[in-house]
Design a protein around this ligand. Sequence first.
Ligand SMILES: [Zn+2]
Length: 327
Amino acid sequence: MPTVRSPLAACIDIGGTKALLGLVDPAGHILARERFGVAADYRPEELAALLAAKMRVLAERSGCRWADVRGLGYSTTGMLDGRSGMIFTSPNQGGWRDVPFASILSAAFVLPVRIEMDANAAALGEAWLGAGRGADPFALVIVGTGIGAGLMIDGKVLRGWRGTAGEIGHMCIQPDGPDCNCGGRGCLESLASGPAIALRARQALAHGQTSILSQAAAIDAELVFQAARMGDALAQTVVGQTVAYLSIGLTNLIHLLNPEVIALGGGVGAGGADLLLEPLRAAVASRVGPWVDLTGTRIIPAEQGNEAGLLGAARLVWTELEQDQPL
Ligand SMILES: [Zn+2]
């Protein structure tokens, strides 16, 4: 294989059970990538050593020179401070508390490191090469197992005081609504996430409503969407409720941030885009008052899919690390 000669960013997007590794050039081309399963019980030093070893093998196998790798961008679940490189909590990785993980990664990779929350990294990726190009402010709303957002203003991620800005999944939409994973009630996530969609369908079935879903062994959001496309009334009602809840969340977001573009991503957001987007635009338009410029906020699908986080991790290397030190 010919040797690739370009400055490279080593990039990692790690979720609850899987890690995506990549080597990305300054134009956003992913020159090599690998996805593999990651157990949840690693200590920080063990995980860093494993990832560093995997990344070096990936570089070797794909003809990339390690000497050309300028830095590591790392996207992860959990609560963290990208500025200090500290992970406060990471429920998917053995219950870590207050881990200076950027320093640990830097020692294992022998590279400068930037870390970022997954939604923020995905927003950076979409703003760089996807649905958010040229939009300011830009919001990426990710609807999947949970609901979160990455918010960008003036080309920078809005992190907030302790790094938790963008947690729109925990905006209260229905004060007496269902319990949420966060301990609250009626949060957007408890009403419009994938598990919430499946739960409402199961509850409607339990109340005796007829549906083709009653023949299914297990119901998830994807199955509800499939049934809705086939004209199933129960599934279409559940989708309609989901649109209504999401429209309240997005309306709140529009009033708070006045974004130029809101991109909808995540397993539910992308998988159900054909069912959700048009009615969502109409519902938001009916909720946002006429004194707000309705034509100003476009609600569109995210474009980068599972690669948004990886590209955002590369963006961290090509922008934030570049500002700190010449690469
Ligand atoms: Zn919540």
